[in-house]
Design a protein around this ligand. Structure first.
Ligand code: NAI
Length: 551
């Protein structure tokens, strides 16, 4: 793996320097450096600047045939020259994010085995029982401060992709670096391969994971416990982000570990904060109050539960009782409206089961409840069909429609459909990007309601404060910080999230608020700088050869 020890630890030279992604500068090595480091003859004669290299990368990138090819091209670049990769991503966020993250990362995961070239990150498997700490110690970088881990059991809305899910922790950590300014050496993607129940995958000749059914019950819990203990021992104080675990385990893992270590579940808590921020921004557009909304969540899994809990907390903060707050929020799952008479409800849904006759169809739920906000987190494409959206728009002048499901193929509706079927009334945002829509002479710019607005800044704030725990108040603060980043111009375009090119500024703002909470709650271990915001900005990694040890 090109990720040999950090360049500062050992003096690299010659080909091993060019093969070390963390230290490599390629054609940007100057003539003196080439002479001193044994590079003469190993590079073409031209000496280039980082911007010139970025221009070549973008030229090549745009000439690739498909987005999946572009994803592969950028992944290969990360393994050759980390600085150039992150600089390219940072300078062209709007263009590169959909390639390294949703939606392209979905297809990249599905076809992971077919396109695999170079390993990246760590694989911890069911066969590693009793030696997980040794596996973690194989990671060559010792400054790890953030781990994103998945067991591949619910990758985006694509289901169980087993070890192919590795693309997700890698993509998330790329955003930590590019948007959150967390140094690459601090990031460790982990795939917990505990088997897969996806039989087609197990039969796929190119599949690279364990070909066995998933661990279940106690065996699963024991392996997770060993993993968490090993993480704490090998990387003490690290921030552990649980990502794309199926809801069979996600809620329980969060419950079990959130008071024990510095961890969070992005699908539940990150989505909650992102959703609440979207609601706040939408209310700025309509001039209405959160307390006056009726919100229908289509989906009652991790994402919807994360949001509904965050929204009720916000309502309680505005003076409503817990019961009043819950009465504003309705959940619907694959079996229908979540109502008190149902006997099949998991614990985490029961608090939102209202007294109401059963309703099986979304259209009937919309007609009966007349929600002002319809939020899709169902992984079900086209759930928001024409009758549903027309019914929604019949009752509200400016209904909010969030089609959060990823990737694009799973979105509850497209931007075009949302605007068309509500005659342009909808305030719309989606998890995966859609292009602007022009109808009746007006251009609507759909926002991208994605956790990328929350977790990089949250992680940065945790690192900056040295927080020992991740609290609900931090997500609340993150939501407020994100909503405050939406400008009047964004709103005038109908956008309830800032443009992606501002993701780094958003991360800095979110990080500052999160760190403030960490200090206020007494969970910070670092010194409190006089100007927290400035200190956070100053610590953000900038992909630049000047930040590498001198060559
Ligand atoms: P999950 O598997 O925990 O929950 C899915 C829920 O949808 C379940 O409650 C299921 O019963 C329900 N459902 C399925 N079909 C339905 C139907 N026809 N009508 C109503 N409900 C239905 O999954 P999770 O983690 O909640 O994620 C759901 C989707 O949200 C995924 O596609 C995921 O990619 C996306 N998501 C997007 C985020 C973003 O940043 N935009 C963040 C987190 C999740």
């Amino acid at each position: 793996m090109p990720d040999t020890p950090s360049p500062s630890k050992q003096r690299l030279a010659g080909l091993s320097l060019l093969r070390n992604a963390a230290a490599n500068r390629g054609t940007a090595f100057g003539l003196e450096a080439r002479a001193a480091l044994g590079l003469q003859g190993l590079l073409p004669p031209a000496v280039e600047t980082l911007p010139q290299q970025v221009a070549r990368v973008m030229d090549n990138l745009r000439r690739q045939a498909t987005d999946l090819d572009r994803h592969g091209y950028l992944s290969a670049l990360r393994e050759r020259n980390e600085t150039l990769f992150y600089r390219t991503v940072l300078d062209h966020l709007g263009e590169t994010l959909p390639l390294i993250y949703t939606p392209t990362v979905g297809q990249a995961c599905q076809e992971f085995g077919r396109h695999f070239q170079t390993p990246h990150g760590l694989y911890v498997t069911a066969s590693d029982r009793s030696r997980i700490r040794d596996v973690l110690r194989h990671w060559p970088r010792d400054q790890v401060r953030v781990i994103v881990v998945t067991d591949g059991s619910r990758i985006l809305g694509l289901g169980d992709l087993g070890a192919n899910g590795m693309g997700i922790p890698i993509g998330k950590l790329d955003l930590y670096v590019a948007c959150g300014g967390v140094p690459p050496a601090a990031c460790l993607p982990v795939m917990l391969d505990l088997g897969t129940d996806n039989a087609a995958l197990r039969d796929d000749p190119f599949y690279l994971g364990l070909r066995q059914p998933r661990l279940q019950g106690e065996a699963y819990d024991q392996l997770l416990a060993e993993f968490v203990a090993a993480v704490q021992e090998v990387f003490p104080g690290v921030l552990l982000q649980f990502e794309d675990f199926s809801n069979q385990h996600a809620f329980a893992l969060l419950q079990r570990y959130r008071q024990q270590l510095c961890c969070f579940n992005d699908d539940i808590q990150g989505t909650g904060a992102m959703g609440l921020a979207g609601l706040y921004a939408a209310l700025r557009l309509t001039g209405e109050q959160l307390t006056g909304q009726r919100i229908l969540f289509a989906g009652a899994g991790e994402a919807a539960l994360g949001m509904v809990n965050m929204v009720t907390a916000a309502l309680v903060a505005q003076g409503l009782s817990e019961g009043q707050a819950r009465s504003r929020c309705w959940l619907m799952d694959s079996k229908g409206l979540v109502v008190a008479s149902r006997h099949d409800l998991a614990e985490h849904k029961r608090a939102f089961a209202h007294e109401h006759p059963p309703v099986a169809e979304l259209l009937t739920a919309v007609a009966t409840l007349r929600p002002s906000m319809l939020i899709g987190a169902s992984g079900t494409p086209q759930l928001f069909n024409e009758p549903v959206l027309r019914e929604l728009a019949r009752h509200h002048a400016r209904p909010l429609v969030l089609a959060l499901s990823n990737p694009t193929s799973k979105a509850e509706c497209t931007a075009q459909q949302a605007y068309e079927w509500t005659d342009g009334q909808a305030i719309f945002a989606s998890g995966s990007p859609f292009p602007p829509v022009t109808r009746a002479g007006k251009t609507h710019v759909p926002g991208q309601s994605n956790n990328a607005y929350i977790f990089p800044g949250l992680g940065l704030g945790i690192l900056a404060s040295g927080a020992r725990r991740v609290s609900d108040a931090m997500f609340f603060a993150a939501a407020q910080a994100l909503a405050a980043q939406v400008t009047e111009t964004d709103l005038a375009n109908g956008q309830i999230f800032p443009g992606q090119e501002r993701l780094r500024d958003v991360a800095a703002a979110v990080a500052t608020r999160v760190a403030e909470v960490a200090f206020a709650e007494g969970v910070a271990t670092g010194p409190h700088p006089a100007d927290l915001g400035a200190a956070i900005r100053a610590m953000m990694y900038m992909p630049d050869y000047a930040s590498l040890p001198p060559a």
